[in-house]
Design a protein around this ligand. Structure first.
Ligand SMILES: *Cc1c(COP(=O)(O)O)cnc(C)c1O
Length: 407
């Protein structure tokens, strides 16, 4: 079978909820991917930052296989020898007190919503069913109906309503608007990405999160950071909140927590927030199973021992500098934190999709977010040589498209 045959089969039997680049992959190792025709590509998406430790990382592979050969999924009707270890390690690395394990990111966000509301009713004495959660404009927190209900992007929610409410959107980065919203006594929490991923790698002004935390403290509002994409070294710190604050009141992790090989997510919180849960109030059949726990532990070991955050900070700064030096008229704006870089492409010259398709033809796989942003997010294990190779492909594509735009 050829590329087009695989694509046709997917188109026939799959819901059309993704618009993939026309490449059919069948092999991966480290930072490299191969397609069914034997072409080799450098992965500059990392499965939306899930594969931060590289594809088929030998340590994660070993953790997965060793665990599968001893104990797989007994459910949380019983204790296991792994889950406590994972929770202890994750709490120590993040500075949080307690964790609640789930599988996908959206489930961990749902967990945070539940925790925030229960805390609001039982600890802040918000009248029954009146709790409000603040969220940011441009947010992305997943795809469940509750979560898309508070998206500011119509594409995510069109014809999926009715939505239940209970969320207010505040402009991302606007402290005055936030303080006004947070002073409503029915507000229990602010759930936000400390830096926004799907919105196009949006980095708020320096000092923003610190000020947000002060306002939250003043009005007794929980600050809950969604670091599903920004966490585990991506932004040049272990967690993006560490650029500004010691710790939030709640923290949501996913994606790279499972090393890109297994869905592992978690909600973490201060003890007095997590204590709102009691047996029967929440759960997940697969959440915290020994395989997930073993992989989670090893992901955190890799983060520390392979210094992923330091690598990300150093190589990210290098990459941004080099792209800036290209001085391409295609680049309208360039921003990033660590190896998490957004390039705004001037829409009068090219679409971000066209740039990604041209990069694909040169062996570099990345994906646009919205119409105008090219996101660069390679595995954090990447070498400087491989980055240099990617930069030369980017340079070539920019030149090619500048000529096209001029013609
Ligand atoms: C990917 C993502 C999610 C959703 O995670 P899923 O595992 O796809 O459910 C939530 N929040 C952020 C910031 C994300 O990047």
């Amino acid at each position: 079978m050829k590329t087009q045959d695989y694509i046709s089969r997917e188109e026939q039997y799959l819901a059309y909820n993704y618009h993939p680049l026309p490449v059919v992959l069948n092999k991966a190792e480290g930072v490299w991917l191969w397609d069914v025709e034997g072409n080799k590509y450098l992965d500059f998406l990392s499965a939306y930052s899930a594969v931060s430790a590289g594809h088929v990382n030998p340590r994660l592979k070993k953790a997965l296989i060793d665990q599968l050969e001893t104990l797989d999924v007994p459910s949380r009707a019983f204790y296991t020898d792994k889950l406590g270890l994972f929770a202890e390690k994750l709490c120590k690395v993040t500075g949080m007190d307690k964790m609640l394990p789930m599988n996908t990111g959206a489930e961990a966000v749902e967990t945070a919503v539940k925790a925030a509301r229960r805390w609001g009713y039982t600890k802040k004495n918000i009248p029954s069913d009146q709790a409000k959660i603040l969220v940011s404009s441009g947010n992305f927190h997943g795809r469940t109906t509750t979560i898309v209900g508070f998206s500011s992007d119509d594409e995510y929610k069109e014809n999926f309503g009715p939505f239940d409410g209970g969320f207010d959107i505040v402009p991302y980065g606007d402290l005055d608007a936030f303080e006004k919203a947070a002073s409503n006594p029915n507000v229990c929490a602010y759930i936000t990405e400390p830096m926004q991923g799907e919105a196009g790698i949006i980095i708020p002004p320096k000092g923003w999160l610190k000020s947000i935390q002060e306002i939250c403290k003043k009005h007794n509002v929980l600050l809950i950071c969604d670091e599903i994409q920004s966490g585990i070294g991506r932004t040049g710190k272990d967690f993006a909140f560490q650029h500004e604050i010691d710790r939030p009141d709640g923290l949501i992790l996913g994606k790279a927590l499972g090393g890109g090989v297994y869905p592992v997510s978690a909600f973490l919180a201060r003890a007095d927030v997590m204590d709102v849960f009691n047996p029967g109030s929440h759960g997940s059949t697969f959440g915290g199973n020994p395989i997930a726990a073993a992989i989670g532990i090893e992901s955190l070991n890799i983060l520390e021992e392979e210094k992923l955050a330091e690598r990300s900070a150093e190589l990210g700064a290098y990459t941004i500098d080099k792209i800036r030096e290209m001085n391409s008229p295609l680049v309208q704006d360039l921003r990033g934190a660590g190896l998490w870089i957004g390039i705004d492409i001037d829409p009068t010259r090219a679409s971000a999709r066209a740039v990604c398709e041209a990069l694909k033809l040169r062996g570099l796989l990345c994906k646009e977010t919205h119409e105008t942003v090219v996101r660069l997010a390679p595995p954090l294990t990447i070498t400087k040589d491989d980055i240099d190779w990617a930069l030369s492909q980017i340079q070539n594509v920019f030149k090619l498209m500048e000529q096209k735009a001029a013609a």
